[in-house]
Ligand binder design. Structure first.
Ligand SMILES: NC(=O)c1ccc[n+]([C@@H]2O[C@H](COP(=O)([O-])OP(=O)(O)OC[C@H]3O[C@@H](n4cnc5c(N)ncnc54)[C@H](OP(=O)(O)O)[C@@H]3O)[C@@H](O)[C@H]2O)c1
Length: 214
């Protein structure tokens, strides 16, 4: 059965991005540090054409995440899609180049209407202006039996948890203190979360929680 899942890298003080996102700082000031663990894994190195290095416990996690295997649709917020606020600059097509790593329909939550943007490799960005329920309905339709991934950022993840729609939250807990930025688990109520697996590497603790549907 299709699940609604979400992977987020977070600092120990709970931030998934730093403050003041910009073109130069997609994850906000200092925020790239929450993703650094991925850049030393073999799945990432191979995607960049770099030679493999000895495997770590993070490799399997990163491989799973980057392959998007079993995921039939993605939902993300407008700030994850890009640094632009207000009306669209229509030349902006996301951070990920001509062939984004999703290979599936991506539903971008926004208050600003825009026609769909088809990309190479099976990714099309659809812009959803009528809220999370509509985005989820469209994602379910597109995904069929496959999972739906909530890509982020924090504001989007929070809405899905609050609405009781998230089945699994996969936290990649990075031992750094960001001190400021987008705090992931804010204003989400008190959902019942049960740890279902833990992978501890020397650098990151990967915890999968199931969330009881409301
Ligand atoms: N650590 C990680 O694993 C991870 C993962 C993903 C993203 N990130 C980072 O997180 C940051 C973004 O997080 P964020 O919390 O600022 O933003 P976000 O969730 O990506 O986007 C928020 C924006 O999306 C639009 N939106 C969200 N919900 C909506 C709704 N129900 N209806 C209409 N529009 C809606 C609004 O934009 P408009 O009003 O402008 O349309 C809103 O300001 C970025 O720096 C990104 O790189 C981190």
């Amino acid at each position: 059965m299709s699940r609604v899942i979400c992977d987020q890298s977070v600092s120990l003080d709970g931030f998934s991005a730093g403050p003041n996102q910009s073109l130069e700082n997609p994850l906000g000031e200092n925020g790239l540090r929450v993703h650094e663990w991925m850049f030393v894994t073999n799945p990432w190195r191979m995607s960049q054409g770099l030679p493999a290095v000895p495997e770590t416990a993070d490799d399997a996690v990163a491989g799973d995440l980057m392959s998007n295997a079993g995921v039939g649709a993605v939902i993300m917020g407008r700030n994850m899609f890009g640094p632009i606020r207000g009306g669209w600059d229509r030349s902006w097509k996301g951070w990920w180049g001509d062939d984004p790593p999703y290979h599936a329909p991506v539903f971008v939550l926004t208050h600003h209407p825009r026609d769909p943007v088809p990309m190479q490799g099976g990714t099309t960005f659809y812009f959803v202006t009528d809220g999370v329920e509509s985005a989820l309905e469209q994602a379910r339709e597109a995904a069929g039996d496959k999972d739906i991934r909530i890509g982020g950022g924090a504001s989007t993840v929070q809405q899905f948890i609050r609405a009781g729609h998230l089945d699994e939250l996969h936290l990649h807990l990075v031992p750094i203190i960001l001190g400021a930025g987008q705090r992931l688990l804010e204003n989400v109520g008190d959902p019942k979360m049960t740890p279902v697996s833990v992978i501890a590497s020397p650098t990151v603790t990967h915890i999968r929680y199931s969330i009881e549907r409301q």
